[in-house]
Design a protein around this ligand. Structure first.
Ligand SMILES: CC(C)(COP(=O)(O)OP(=O)(O)OC[C@H]1O[C@@H](n2cnc3c(N)ncnc32)[C@H](O)[C@@H]1OP(=O)(O)O)[C@@H](O)C(=O)NCCC(=O)NCCS
Length: 412
């Protein structure tokens, strides 16, 4: 029998600034409750022009390798899943490969399918290990994205930015994923897209919610069969989180799939059953998503980090479900088991100190970052200090059509 495969290490990295959704609501003349209660979001991480998909991915990758004591030489596959590539041809992953100091024999590529690219990377790396190609090495899968919608559009409060790095290995320390329970779903739909000429995404927002829910039904049926009862054995249900309320809508649909009928909004019993299931299986693991916003490929795995940092000990040996959705659309539903060692890593996984240090933008600064970001790909010279950045890896401009990155260290 093959040894179990799954997630051996994980880390989140995000930009240095954030915007409070109450401030955005005030600037747009919207009731703040619409964003905070209606969408479930408190803040969203905002990237400056010097923070891009590469710098966020490298930051997350370095954190995962360092916190879990993994030598870069152990990595035999690197996959970056992203909607926010920095070049039509050259993958983000190859910059990351150099900046993490990975071996030349490490297979390296980028995956794109809106928010689905990292789940595609996770399952592809599990297959690589199961096929015997890893030869004792591990895979590094990094989800890295900057979610950008136009100013004043319905999508604007569902932006965010950040990266989640996952190390995939056999005998993993955090979560095993059962390959027999991986179910897939694909359908060509125009619910969200970003043409080659646009920095911002276009979305048919309400239709995208329907497409997401249809994909949940389809992928779950492929994973465990249409009529399977699952929820009673699940300690937690993790979903793709473009905004917090979406995960709750998904869970309601999950309940409805199991009972074979829609919940009755006027029934106290139905409302209580939904509230109880949400409060035990879903809501506690959405606190990081509410602070960071939509990070596209990484949002499901951010929710997993939230769960592991809070409840790895309590849920040791328990099964959780994971659902990844990428518009366009592609989806995967699968089951994982929290390992007996996961609790030892709870504090290493916790990004709350970094989140507390973020700089809170006012609306003028936020709009300036958006305007500057539109020109960033062709700017010859960008100064990280003009955005209050002093410590880290930064994008500093494009010279001779080549992107430049520098490491800077603050004077101490
Ligand atoms: C999600 C999205 C469609 C919402 O768009 P919108 O038309 O501006 O917002 P809505 O009118 O639907 O309001 C959103 C929620 O806030 C609620 N709401 C509105 N005003 C409110 C208020 N003052 N107080 C409390 N709740 C409020 C609405 O009832 C709705 O909740 P519901 O869906 O449970 O009914 C939009 O942000 C979007 O297009 N996002 C990008 C695409 C995306 O994230 N898709 C997800 C699937 S991948």
């Amino acid at each position: 029998m093959n040894s179990p495969v799954g997630i051996d290490a994980a880390a989140f990295a995000g930009p240095h600034a954030c915007l409070d959704l109450a401030d955005l609501a005030a600037a747009r003349g919207v009731d703040p409750d619409k964003f905070v209660l209606g969408l479930g979001q408190r803040r969203m991480a905002i990237a400056s022009p010097c923070e891009d998909t590469v710098t966020l991915a490298v930051d997350a990758g370095r954190r995962a390798l360092a916190a879990f004591d993994i030598d870069p030489a152990e990595i035999g596959t690197l996959i970056v899943g992203t909607e926010t590539g920095v070049d039509h041809s050259k993958p983000v992953a190859v910059y990351v490969h150099e900046l993490l100091g990975l071996d030349a024999r490490c297979r390296t590529f980028e995956t794109k399918h809106a928010c689905y690219g990292a789940m595609a990377g996770l399952t592809a790396s599990m297959d690589w290990i199961a096929a015997g190609r890893a030869r004792g090495r591990k895979a590094l899968v990094i989800a890295s994205d900057i979610a950008r919608y136009g100013l004043g559009t319905p999508g604007e409060p569902t932006q965010g930015a950040g990266a989640v790095a996952l190390v995939v290995a056999d005998r993993p320390r955090l979560l095993t994923v059962d390959p027999a329970t991986i179910g897939d779903y694909t359908r060509q739909v125009m619910d969200f897209w970003r043409p080659l000429y646009s920095k911002v995404a276009f979305a048919d927002g309400h239709y995208s919610i329907q497409c997401y829910l249809d994909a949940l039904v389809g992928a779950r049926a492929d994973a465990v069969g249409e009529g399977a009862a699952l929820l009673d054995e699940l300690a937690a249900c993790l979903y793709h989180v473009p905004f917090v309320k979406m995960a709750k809508k998904a869970h309601q649909r999950h309940l409805e799939i199991e009972r074979g009928a829609p919940l009755d909004r006027d029934s106290d019993a139905d409302r209580q059953a939904l509230a109880a299931s949400l409060s035990s299986r879903v809501e506690p693991w959405l606190t990081l998503n509410a602070e960071i916003g939509n990070i596209y490929t990484g949002s499901l795995f951010l929710s997993l980090i939230d769960l592991l940092r809070q409840a790895a000990e309590r849920f040791s040996g328990r099964t959780v479900s994971l659902f990844s959705y990428g518009s366009g659309c592609g989806a995967t539903f699968c089951l994982g088991e929290i390992t007996g060692t996961a609790a030892q890593w709870a504090s290493a996984l916790d990004p709350s100190e970094d989140l507390a240090r973020r700089y809170r933008l006012n609306i003028e600064d936020y709009e300036r970052l958006v305007r500057d970001g539109e020109q960033a790909d062709t700017a010859e010279s960008l100064d990280p200090t003009s955005y209050g950045l002093s410590d880290g890896l930064f994008y500093v401009g494009t010279v001779d059509h080549q992107r430049r990155y520098v490491e800077s260290r603050a004077e101490r």
